[in-house]
Design a protein around this ligand. Structure first.
Ligand SMILES: CCCCCCCCCCCCCCCC(=O)SCCNC(=O)CCNC(=O)[C@H](O)C(C)(C)COP(=O)(O)OP(=O)(O)OC[C@H]1O[C@@H](n2cnc3c(N)ncnc32)[C@H](O)[C@@H]1OP(=O)(O)O
Length: 560
């Protein structure tokens, strides 16, 4: 995040000075934004950067305990430098939060520079997991840095101490978060695919009940209950991969535009990265836990690979923007788009569907038989109509409030649901778009089509209330969708293993006994158990002090 922050918010001169050193790791940087008392509310940060015109320097200071930087990754023990987000003060005026490059440690002996207090914030959730990330705390006691270490693409401070706002939008200060949110969406598919690969392979190995005439028991993957929980997750892993590819394209496009000072697509890039980061990480975190349950008791063993994956993954729901806070950003964007519909401004990009307002408010789903739900146009229209009608309902309810902010706060649960509907539409529509492209490999496209339908119809089934209460579909059509979904599960089943093998994870990367490629699960579980340090001795350490006295009823001498 250090490098993207300098690239996005620094001037050419600053790029030339700092980027080569960072690329070569002559300096190691981190992104110091979050504070002990301020996470989601970036505008509420308290650290100050006060310009001193006498020395042409900024004085970086932590005025309160709550202004201590808290959480930045790589800060605690490793970084030599940081991009520090602080309130810019010139004269007596506060110009809001800006980024500053600050050296934290000596490049000779790594000791903190005068005025800097820095350390690690301590252990986190899970015994290994994200503890390998060196999250740090940082306080400044009137630390001086030269004026040219303020990142000056968005605003500048002159030698005389004059604050100059350039024509670059202020939101660019948030640009690094847009970049990282986009990478988190791509990573969601990798983490989800990993969990699904383990659970699918193990579900084919595991047999339980159903033995007839002494024959083998039934593979658990053949139970419809297992399929209805597992296959939508498999479909989601593919769906998130495609939406991740598309988001990467969107980000690259917006970056090129920003370089040419075209800021028109920034609000959409913000809404898409925020919404998809929120949606994909929430689904993935829940899915990893679901995969653990799908593996029964053995899923709870560390060597299933799932507990570690869960512990490492779940902070994604909070870092880089709490998932609920981010969905509210999407809702604001949607309400703004709806409010501009009458003005003649045509919605573009992911909100282009709102341009067909009249049709989407009136259209009726034409499904009469279960197989009608296999038509991409039918699915797309149902998702578009549902998302649009939910946004319109929110906008109508908002208009009843004299103070829009009061209305936004009161209606925030409904706004969240509208934002989720919009994000689900994006994923469904990008998957359908992907299927319109050439897809190499005999039969691959067919399998991806089946999974696309599973993805869309399981969402429809899960959110049936939305679709029915907005009159996008009837309860009968909802039941037909569910019927079709069951048929699709049977079509996924024969290729389920191949579809997870296609993620191409090595056993080493998966780190899972249950998910091993050759399926030799029980033998490996047995061997792994003997590798546990507790099994190094037959009689455990401490037996004589703790257990023996109890067995022999020498309770007073037992070390309890
Ligand atoms: C095995 C697998 C492992 C996986 C492994 C993955 C590894 C992947 C490593 C990742 C590693 C992460 C490392 C985390 C490191 C941290 O967590 S860094 C800290 C993260 N912190 C956050 O994300 C803070 C979240 N908060 C915010 O972003 C902002 O405060 C909020 C919520 C957007 C609100 O902003 P605000 O300015 O107070 O309020 P608001 O009036 O809503 O916004 C003002 C305007 O700016 C716009 N705006 C807001 N944000 C933006 C933006 N970003 N861009 C453009 N415009 C924006 C708004 O749309 C609004 O526009 P208008 O409506 O006025 O036109």
């Amino acid at each position: 995040m250090f490098i993207p922050a300098i690239k996005g918010q620094g001037t050419e001169e600053q790029h030339e000075k700092w980027l080569p050193m960072a690329y070569k790791m002559q300096i190691i940087g981190c992104y110091a934004q979050t504070e002990l008392g301020h996470g989601s509310n970036v505008q509420g940060l308290e650290t100050t950067a006060t310009f001193d015109p006498q020395t042409d320097e900024f004085v970086i200071h932590s005025p309160t305990l709550t202004s201590s930087k808290w959480w930045p990754g790589g800060l605690g023990k490793v970084s030599t430098h940081a991009v520090v987000y602080a309130r810019l003060i010139t004269g007596a005026q506060d110009h809001g939060v800006h980024g500053f490059i600050v050296q934290l440690r000596s490049l000779d002996d790594h000791s903190p520079l005068p005025g800097i207090t820095v350390g690690d914030i301590g252990m986190k959730f899970g015994s290994g997991a994200y503890n390998s990330m060196d999250n740090g705390l940082l306080r400044f006691d009137h630390v001086r840095i030269p004026r040219n270490q303020m990142l000056m693409r968005v605003s500048q401070v002159t030698r005389e101490g004059k604050f100059v706002q350039s024509d670059v939008p202020r939101q660019l200060v948030y640009g690094t978060m847009v970049y990282v949110r986009q990478t988190i969406v791509s990573d969601a598919s990798c983490a989800l695919a990993r969990a699904v690969c383990i659970a699918t392979r193990y579900s084919a190995v595991r047999r339980q009940f159903g033995s007839q005439n002494g024959g083998p028991e039934t593979q658990v993957i053949d139970y419809k209950t297992q399929q209805s929980r597992l296959f939508p997750l498999l479909a989601s892993a593919y769906a998130f991969r495609f939406v991740g590819e598309w988001l990467k394209w969107l980000y690259t496009d917006v970056t090129q535009r920003l370089q040419a000072n075209d800021f028109s697509t920034l609000p959409e890039a913000h809404a898409c990265t925020a919404g998809l980061k929120s949606m994909t990480t929430s689904v993935t975190a829940d899915a990893i836990e679901e995969c653990r349950k799908l593996c029964g008791g053995h899923g709870y063993l560390s060597n299933s690979g799932l507990p570690e994956l869960f512990a490492v993954y779940i902070p994604t729901c909070t870092y880089e923007g709490d998932n609920v806070v981010l969905l509210l950003q999407v809702a604001r964007f949607l309400m703004k788009t709806v409010s501009q519909l009458g003005s003649g401004k045509k919605p573009v990009g992911t909100t282009a569907y709102m341009g067909r307002a009249e049709h989407l408010m009136q259209c009726r789903c034409e499904v009469e038989r279960a197989e009608d739900w296999l038509k991409p146009s039918v699915i797309l229209e149902a998702f578009e109509a549902r998302a649009f009608r939910m946004s319109i309902a929110c906008a109508k309810n908002l208009s009843k409030f004299s103070n829009p902010e009061d209305g936004f706060s009161e209606l925030s649960p409904d706004l969240l649901e509208a934002a989720i509907a919009h994000c689900q539409l994006i994923v469904v529509s990008k998957y359908i778009e992907k299927l319109q492209q050439d897809i190499p490999g005999k039969g691959v496209k067919r399998q991806l089509e089946i999974l696309c339908n599973v993805y869309a119809l399981h969402l429809l089934h899960k959110h049936l209330g939305d679709f029915v209460t907005t009159s996008c579909i009837t309860p009968k059509q909802g039941a037909l969708a569910n019927e079709q979904l069951r048929l699709l599960y049977s079509q996924v089943r024969p290729n389920a293993i191949t579809l997870v093998d296609a993620f191409n994870y090595t056993d080493h990367y998966l780190g899972s006994v249950l998910g091993c490629y050759n399926g030799n699960v029980y033998q490996r579980l047995y061997e792994e158990a003997w590798k546990d340090p507790l099994n190094d001795t037959v009689v455990p350490d401490g037996y004589l002090e703790y257990v023996w006295p109890i067995l022999k009823q020498h309770i007073r001498t037992a070390r309890l």
